[in-house]
Design a protein around this ligand. Structure first.
Ligand code: F6P
Length: 363
């Protein structure tokens, strides 16, 4: 059977295990020899026990677990040619020419570059007598399929990344918990949520929790935000509300690009309204814990589709990323999605927020 390996890379997210499980089982079902690569690209470079053959039962009882059982890492060695040569050697010696990478845009870009370089890497390995002529010929094509695992929902081309729904559940649970204590003491709470440069988690959490205000990177507040915020909070209290909830995305900014932090918002509320105010930073709680049903199913569907894409690949097939479009699992050109995701980052850096939001849209 064909050699296929799965690995997780970059920040973990809930639902990655469901995807790993699905890749392993679909691979075995279709007659492949399936391997885990532990600790992301680092394990690919280091080889040895990090690359281990998987069987049907090695992915039993993992679908309900958060994180990734095969580990994840940010790897410096893979950025060096030396590291990639070692990685290629480790794959060829095991007959692995199909890779499923589960990670964010950085991890997917790395995989694409590796594929582009594959032929040269094999030539160099052959020259140095690390592989045989037969191996050079037999394993001359590397096929890549990507799955996007990230709680941030920050990848262009897919409606939802694996982990976002679970992170939202965690955030909403936390806000509900805060609301009950805030009510008792008539307090204002400022909740900082994750998302790096993407306000999706903050925005959707604000809608679902009836928050009074949300600050996100894609919609920087105007200069008079202090006045507007204070007016709104005051109005809410006057109309009988006993508490206020404000959600701040970790990357929130004003129109000059200066950070809007939870501390800053607290100071504004305390100085202007003298409200009893507390900050809760949710942090990595958002990335942990068991995956939601949605993320389990998403991981399963994406994993199976990735394996099918690899099995159908011809030498000309470009790397794909498996995405969710409406309720369909679709294959999109990996590099096109990465390019768009990077264009969003650039638009944000250029303070062209309208363009950033437009580019994030479906297609
Ligand atoms: O990308 C996922 C994420 O959790 C972001 O929301 C957050 O900004 C970042 O990773 C935190 O990174 P680290 O886990 O390295 O602290």
């Amino acid at each position: 059977g064909k050699g296929l390996a799965v690995f997780t890379s970059g920040g973990d997210s809930q639902g990655m295990n469901a995807a790993v499980r699905s890749v392993v089982r679909m691979g075995i079902y279709l007659g492949c020899k399936v391997y885990f690569i532990r600790e992301g690209y680092q394990g690919m470079v280091d080889g040895g026990d990090n690359i281990e053959e998987a069987n049907w039962s090695s992915v039993s009882s993992i679908i309900h677990k958060g994180g990734t059982i095969i580990g994840s890492a940010r790897c410096m060695d893979f950025m060096q040619k030396e590291g990639r040569l070692k990685a290629a050697n480790n794959l060829v010696s095991r007959g692995i020419t199909n890779l499923v990478v589960i990670g964010g845009d950085g991890s997917l870009t790395g995989a694409n570059l590796f594929r582009q370089e594959w032929s040269n890497l094999l030539d160099e390995l052959l020259e140095n007598n690390k592989i045989t002529k037969d191996q050079r010929e037999k394993y001359k094509y590397l096929h890549i399929a990507g799955l996007v695992g990230s709680i941030d929902n920050d990848f262009c081309g897919t409606d939802m990344t694996i982990g976002t729904d679970s992170a939202l559940h965690r955030i909403i649970e936390a806000i509900d918990a805060i609301v009950s204590t805030a009510y008792s003491h008539q307090r204002t709470f400022i909740m900082e949520v994750m998302g790096r440069h993407c306000g999706y988690l903050a925005l959707v959490a604000a809608l679902a929790s009836e928050a009074d205000q949300v600050f996100i990177p894609e919609d920087p507040v105007p200069n008079n935000w202090v006045e507007k915020l204070c007016k709104r909070l005051q109005q809410e209290r006057k109309s009988g509300q006993r508490l206020n909830i404000i959600i701040v995305a970790e990357g929130a900014i004003d129109r000059e690009g200066k950070p809007i932090t939870a501390e800053l918002v607290k100071k504004v509320v305390v100085d202007n309204l003298q409200q009893d105010t507390r900050i809760t930073v949710l942090g990595h709680v958002q990335r942990g814990g068991s995956p939601s049903a949605f993320d389990r199913i998403l991981g399963c569907r994406m994993g199976a589709e990735a394996v099918m894409a690899l099995m159908e690949a011809t030498p000309e097939t470009e790397p794909c990323v498996v995405s969710l479009d409406g309720n369909q699992a679709v294959r999109l050109p990996l590099m096109e999605c990465v390019r768009r995701t990077k264009a969003v980052a650039q638009a944000m850096a250029d303070k062209n927020w309208e363009l950033a939001v437009q580019l994030r849209g479906r297609s």
